[in-house]
Design a protein around this ligand. Structure first.
Ligand SMILES: [Zn+2]
Length: 254
């Protein structure tokens, strides 16, 4: 079976759940719902209607510390605070939505926290090695709508107390948000050292929108083996493979 047929067959399986199976390629490319993409076919996202995924400025990337440009970077100024929250399994990750406004300031611009979520293994790699997991805090400039995603590596070690409440509230049913009355404070998700790598890339899931500023923290946080196991039992692989750098420069804060 050639690759195209194989992909067509895979979509057919996805479609049969929602609208019945149709072997017409036109239907495949014009009907785009979140259910159509998955991590097994990550290399094909650009050909199934998410054209930006085949762009030249994609994320994640491998960060080669031999070639990063070492520089003093603007301080990441978080103004996070305790907030109530909801957690949802959207079929691709576990996502947390804060119910009160949380902000951070970077380079004079104020960004609002939109949501945060997790990947197993990490999506960014350092010198070719992945961490056990990666947390992404998605921030948006409320004036320009520009996005800044802060990535935090998680490596196996002690129990991550910030994640405990979230992990115990993960709903068993997809796309159903469980809201907690208890507060969590994103400050507790951050390492003590906020130095970071930064580069311009994209969302790491379809539609892979480009022009995203990435802030990947250098210091990892710890997470217990049991906490990793709990996540990976739900989403075993939700890490997009690293994408070509295509002459982009990664700046490393020192
Ligand atoms: Zn992410």
């Amino acid at each position: 079976m050639n690759r195209k047929l194989l992909l067509s067959f895979a979509y057919c399986i996805a479609f049969v759940v929602f609208q019945g199976c149709d072997d017409d390629d036109d239907d495949v490319t014009t009907t785009t719902t979140a259910a159509e993409w998955d991590y097994e076919n990550a290399d094909a996202w650009g050909t199934i209607g998410y054209t930006d995924c085949a762009g030249k400025v994609q994320s994640p990337i491998n960060i080669d510390t031999e070639t990063t440009i070492k520089s003093t970077l603007p301080e990441l100024q978080t103004a996070y605070k305790s907030s109530t929250w909801g957690v949802v399994d959207n079929g691709h990750t576990i996502q947390v939505n804060l119910k009160q406004s949380n902000k951070m300031v970077l380079n004079g611009t104020t960004y609002k926290v939109m949501q945060f979520h997790f990947h197993h293994k990490s999506e960014h790699t350092i010198n070719g090695s992945a961490y056990d997991m990666e947390m992404h805090i998605v921030h948006q400039d409320t004036v320009t709508s520009n996005l800044v995603v802060v990535g935090i590596f998680l490596k196996e070690g002690d129990t991550n107390t910030f994640l405990e409440k979230i992990w115990s509230a993960i709903p068993s049913e997809q796309n159903k948000e469980v809201v907690s009355a208890d507060g969590i404070d994103l400050v507790n998700a951050l390492p003590s050292d906020l130095k970071y790598y930064t580069y311009t890339g994209s969302l790491t899931t379809p539609p892979c929108t480009q022009g995203i500023d990435w802030v990947v923290l250098k210091e990892p946080m710890e997470i217990s083996a049991g906490q990793i196991e709990k996540f990976s039992s739900i989403h075993e692989n939700n890490a997009r493979p690293t994408q070509p750098l295509n002459n982009r420069q990664v700046i490393e804060g020192i």
